[in-house]
Every structure is written in C-alpha cells, then in structure tokens.
Design a protein around this ligand. Structure first.
Ligand code: PGA
Length: 257
C-alpha cells in the first residue's frame, strides 16, 4: 500500500512569522494524522521557523521548493541539498512547471537536481505535466514519457522508490480548472507504466504519484479515490491552514471509502 502524501506548496508566500502562525492553526485543526503523510513546503526563509516547531507537530514533514545540484561553491543565491538536510528537510520539489517556464530549467538540469537530492538523502518530488499547447499538439503521453525518462536518467534502482512524482497539468495550475479525476487517473496510470519501463514493475508499484493543479477541499476526495493517485501537491488552497486541513481530512475519507 502506498501511503498518500499531501503536500502544501506555498510558492513565494508567507513570512517566517506567518509560517509559525500557520502551523499552530494547522495542528489545532488536525490534532493527529496517522494514515496519510503531510508535508509543508514553505519558502526557504520559513523552513527554520517550522523546523523549530517540529515537536508541536511530529506528523508533519518539511520540504523545500528547489535546490542547486552542487554541494557548495560560488553559486550566488543558490541553496544546496546539504543545507536543506541540516534544517531537517526531507522532500524537495524539482522541476515545477514555474521553474521550467519562468526560470528556464531544462530536463537535464532537473535530472542533476534529482540526483543531487537523492545523493544527499532527500526525497525529490519530480514535477511533470503538459501545457495546454502540448496537450493539443503532442499529446499528454509523449510529454510525460520524455519528462520522466529525462528527469530520472541514471537514478539507481536503490533510490528509485524514494522519488515522488507529481503530475501537474500546467493548464490546471492556479487556474481553478482541475483535470477531471478520469483524466488524472489516465495520466497517472500511464506515468506508472513509464516508471516500470525505466525501473521495474515492483518498484513502479511503490512510487507515489501526486496530482497537482487546482486541488481544493471540494475535489480532493474524488481525485484521491482513484487507484493511481497517491496524494496531492497543493498550491493556492494550501495557503490557508483550515483549507489544507480539510484537504487532508478528505484524503483520509477517500481511504475509508
Ligand atoms: P495550485 O498549484 O494548487 O494553486 O493549482 C499547484 C502547484 O503548482 O503545485
């Protein structure tokens, strides 16, 4: 059984002080969480504040939104995997479509970041997904296959099941337009077939594939009931701790269904 993973990608939002307040509210709303994994992915500047509060919320894991592939050196403005590890970070988002489109990250760069994360003992959340234009011109499968094969190039079999994949159709991010649960399930099942082709069937069955793109409390349960959807990467709706708490509760409800 793959444990569902619900992650809050705050993007460039919330200060360190606001992050601490957020955590207080989230913990109050949730009490305890056992059946799903919860990850908070704040901006770098709020990681330490959340790490300092970890005993208030032992069930919460920390993630980062990006990393550099080198261990150290003259890379002004960059952050290494080791620096994240030192702040008790477990997960790191790699290849988010905003990084690909606004900051020009190529699949080759993304692959270096995936491997650097794994080498340092971090779990990469590798984001893949097509733009509307790619959906219409190339088809979803071609885009997913390319991004998965390139992003996971030279990942060792031992590391493979540490990777989390996030399928995020770009046209659904921040637009209020979610993929239907059937569209998402089809893309996830296809992604798992590619994972099996580049590793093996048993490993592909262990890899968690999150859906991302306008996830909110109202659509969580239906998405999470699909057999190949193993969680969500939530942007906008994760900025309010009450709304993120509801998403977590809906994901738990989907397990019980
Ligand atoms: P959204 O963002 O939930 O605001 O659509 C998702 C993401 O970009 O990870």
């Amino acid at each position: 059984m793959r444990k569902k993973i619900l992650a809050a990608n705050w993007k460039m939002n919330l200060t360190n002080g606001e992050a601490s307040d957020y955590l207080e509210v989230l913990v109050k709303e949730l009490g305890e969480v056992n059946d799903v994994e919860v990850v908070l992915i704040p901006p770098f500047t709020a990681i330490a504040a959340l790490a300092a509060l970890s005993d208030r919320a032992p069930f919460i894991r920390l993630g980062a939104q990006n990393l550099h592939w080198e261990k150290s050196g003259a890379f002004t403005g960059e952050i290494s995997a080791g620096m994240l590890r030192a702040l008790y970070v477990k997960y790191v988002v790699v290849g988010h479509s905003e990084r690909r489109l606004l900051f020009g990250e190529s699949d080759a760069v993304i692959n270096r970041k995936v491997r650097a994360a794994l080498e340092a003992g971090l779990r990469p959340i590798l984001c893949v997904g097509e733009t509307l234009q790619q959906r219409e011109n190339d088809g979803v499968e071609k885009v997913l296959e390319y991004q998965l094969r390139e992003g996971l190039r030279d990942v060792s079999p031992k590391d493979f099941s540490e990777v989390v994949i996030a399928y995020e159709p770009v046209w659904a991010i921040g637009t209020g337009r979610t993929a239907t649960s059937d569209q998402a399930q089809a893309a996830h099942a296809f992604a798992r077939r590619i994972l099996a082709a580049v590793s093996d069937h048993a490993i592909a069955e262990r890899v968690r594939i999150q859906y991302g793109g306008s996830v909110k409390p109202e659509n969580t349960e239906e998405l999470m009931r699909k057999p190949d959807i193993d969680g969500a990467l939530v942007g906008g709706a994760s900025l309010d701790p009450r709304s993120f708490a509801q998403i977590i509760r809906k994901a738990e409800a989907a397990l019980a269904a």
